[in-house]
Design a protein around this ligand. Structure first.
Ligand SMILES: [Zn+2]
Length: 364
């Protein structure tokens, strides 16, 4: 099989995992290796078996479980020579092992080729937009942003804090939706009788079998990448606390950590900054529609560039358009920005920089 075969296999795997995840999210069905497996996943496994055969390695396509386990690592670490660099998706991890959700890169790859896959993230955006529809027209954008911000700043929250936000923030109209974004603290997260919060992001620390993490480990990948040394926050009584749904931890909170950092730094520098302006046209806006910044946390600059080439979405509304990526991307791949710049083929000009560079650039 040619390099193209590896690429097609990777794209089909991405689509297969997104469809498997949707089935789990919608029907609560566990993944089974039988006729209930989505067609895209079955085709991907067949292609994966062919690649394994060609390379003379163990058959990675023999079961969805084997493939999913590999998918928690970057392609380069699958043990297949066809997926080693210079394979274009070598950096991509398809599944977030801790949260059990498809990664940004996976969701983007799933949409390559024009086949519509439901944008998983869209489901939650839609629910939030529907919820703020009950507000007076002039208040909707503000309410949307305030609720998103609250979730990013409070990935774990006390019942009391949640109640206070809904009541004092004037969010009674969206109360049910806001409550539904959180679930009880699971037993598996407990240390003895207590739950423990991440000292960096405020989400939960989870007990980890790896002896390197005796105090537990945060499940937000962007938090771990930004600060590899865990920090223990406060211990809380699980019965009185709640934690955001895994999908929201993966799709909103993870990328949101840098959005909030950027926003807080610009506010502190005296800039007229707003979070999720115009119901999420950008992650951070400065001076109305003068500057729009999107923070993207894709592992692969190639996948991110393809995403932006396809569409920059409503970032287009802004006069100056910046795509910022976490500082740690440069630590893992010092050519990340350069590769992103050269792979972007879109018609609208974009500026690419790290979040720290964006802060410096806009704080002047
Ligand atoms: Zn954390």
């Amino acid at each position: 099989m040619t390099g193209e075969g590896a690429e097609v296999t990777a794209l089909l795997l991405a689509r297969g995992f997104v469809e498997v995840y949707e089935r789990i999210a919608n029907d609560g069905e566990p993944v089974r290796q039988d006729a209930s497996l989505p067609g895209s996943a079955r085709r991907a496994l067949t292609l994966l078996s062919a690649l394994s055969l060609e390379a003379g390695t163990e058959d990675l396509g023999c079961s969805i479980h084997v493939a999913m386990d590999r998918a928690c690592k970057p392609f380069r670490a699958w043990g297949l020579p066809q997926f080693a660099p210079p394979f274009r998706y070598a950096d991509v991890e398809l599944v977030d092992r801790d949260l059990g959700v498809p990664t940004d890169d996976c969701r983007e790859m799933a949409s390559v080729g024009g086949t519509e896959t439901t944008a998983l993230e869209e489901i939650h955006h839609e629910r939030l937009r529907a919820a703020v529809h009950g507000y007076p027209r002039g208040d909707r954008n503000h309410a949307y942003a305030a609720i998103r911000e609250f979730i990013v700043r409070n990935p774990a929250v006390s019942e009391e804090g949640l109640h206070a936000f809904v009541v004092e923030g004037g969010h009674a109209a969206a109360a049910r939706t806001v409550m539904s974004f959180y679930r009880p603290i699971p037993q598996a997260a407990l240390f003895g009788r207590m739950a423990r919060r991440c000292g960096h992001c405020g989400a939960l620390l989870w007990p980890d079998r790896d002896a390197a993490f005796p105090d537990g480990r945060c499940r937000i990948r962007q938090c771990r990448l930004a600060r590899p040394t865990p920090a223990v926050g406060d211990e809380v009584l699980p019965a009185l606390w709640r934690v955001a749904l895994n999908a929201l931890l993966g799709f909103w909170v993870g990328p949101g950590l840098d959005e909030i950092r950027l926003y807080d730094a610009l506010k502190a520098a005296g800039r007229e900054a707003s979070l999720y302006p115009q119901a999420d046209a950008a992650d951070v806006g400065v001076d109305g529609l003068a500057v729009g910044i999107d923070v993207k946390t894709y592992a692969s600059p190639v996948v991110l560039a393809a995403r932006l080439t396809r569409s920059i979405g409503r970032l287009d509304l802004f006069d100056r358009r910046i795509v910022a990526f976490p500082d740690d991307k440069l630590r893992l791949n010092w050519r990340y920005g350069e590769q992103l710049r050269s792979a972007y083929q879109g018609g609208r000009s974009l500026e690419f920089m790290t979040v720290s560079e964006a802060i410096r650039e806009l704080s002047r």
